[in-house]
Design a protein around this ligand. Structure first.
Ligand code: 13P
Ligand code: SF4
Length: 342
């Protein structure tokens, strides 16, 4: 997408963002205040030979004005491999920065936000995975990309929300340990059953605190209130949500799905509200009905701390990984690229 070049142009986009939170009400005055920051960031990117990668959940002004690459976690992993510049400023969370560092190890990868965690990535340690390996020696260990490099290093293949079903279905082994998202795991089990794929799936207990908040019992209410409603959800939501959804997929797949559907149909988009905001400015005439669940980790990235990171890279969260861990984790991620391409 072409980058925004003036406060008025920025306000024109952002004024349609109204998912129901005070954080998502933009004024012309705010856009005017943002612009000197945007200009300094874009100048410093050139000076420092840096690029900015941004996940779809970060604040929309980051994506619209300074991001060089944006999208879901699978696309951003692929994008990270293509970067030629010296520095990657990754407006997202730590596990995504680690993945970029593993895939492009000579780059300086910096995370601008102060909260770099993720409730899924923080839910399991490599020691726990090693103990599970002893308990389930015959299982293939499949980890969601929302895990630390240490955890990936102990697993066989990594997946993202865009390819979990395809990869697990195609694994030669019928015994799978999927970690750490128990809700995505439950959705995976249901989908495999529906497609008559017979696998034994063992799950662990993690979940995303943002997606867990959506209550399946409310979908009928929303459908009654909004005839023709399209329910679109992320596979980190409860299976009761997935089973009632018209489409379930990664953030990138949800965008593609919405681009193909009838523009008149109202949409209930059940994922982190950054994607709702993005859809509202990309499809200003479309009706998105109230859902706002916010990820504090993703939202801790801001234009201000991106600027600070570029001004003082030495003070930012820089991703450093043990070589052995990085090499083992890379095998796990490369296995994902290989299976995803089949
Ligand atoms: P995507 O792979 O769909 O971008 O998901 C990442 C994530 O953190 C979802 O909560
Ligand atoms: Fe992690 Fe959930 Fe935030 Fe995604 S939305 S980064 S899974 S805490």
């Amino acid at each position: 997408m072409k980058k925004i070049e003036s406060p008025a142009e920025l306000f024109e986009k952002l004024q349609s963002v109204k998912p129901g939170s005070v954080l998502c009400n933009y004024s012309m005055e705010q856009c005017e205040k943002m612009f000197p920051i945007v200009e300094e960031i874009n100048a410093l990117k050139k000076e420092r030979n840096a690029v900015i990668l941004a996940h779809s959940y970060v604040a929309p002004e980051i994506i619209l004005t300074v991001a060089d690459y944006d999208g879901d976690s699978f696309k951003l992993s692929q994008d990270a491999t293509k970067v030629k510049e010296d520095t990657i400023v990754f407006a997202a969370v730590r596990f995504m920065g680690e993945t970029a560092k593993i895939l492009n190890p000579t780059k300086n990868v910096l995370i601008p936000g102060p909260l770099t965690g993720c409730s899924l990535a923080d839910s399991i340690t490599s020691e726990e995975v090693k103990a599970l390996r002893k308990k389930f020696p015959e299982h293939s260990f499949v980890c969601y990309i929302n895990t630390t490099a240490d955890v990936k290093a102990e697993c066989d293949v990594c997946v993202t929300s865009s390819n979990v079903m395809k990869i697990v279905a195609n694994l030669e082994n019928d015994k799978i340990l999927f970690l750490p998202d128990r809700l995505m795991g439950a959705n995976l089990k249901n989908e495999l059953k529906e497609k008559n794929v017979d696998k034994e799936i063992v799950l662990t207990s993690g979940c995303c605190y943002v997606h867990e908040q959506y209550d399946p019992d409310l979908i009928q209410f929303f459908r009654k209130q909004n005839p023709g409603l399209l329910v679109v959800s992320h596979p980190e939501c409860h299976p009761g949500i997935a089973l009632q959804s018209d489409f379930v997929g990664s953030t990138g797949q949800m965008v593609e799905f919405l681009q193909k559907t009838n523009k008149e149909a109202p949409v209930l988009l059940l994922t982190e509200c950054g994607l709702n905001a993005r859809m509202q400015y990309e499809m200003p005439d479309r009706q998105f009905i109230g859902s706002c669940s916010m990820c504090k980790y993703m939202k801790s990235n801001s234009l201000e701390n991106i600027l600070e990171t570029l001004r003082h890279p030495e003070k930012a969260h820089s991703i450093e990984l043990d070589d052995c861990v990085a090499q083992k984790a890379k095998k796990c991620i490369d296995a994902m690229f290989e299976y995803a391409a089949r």
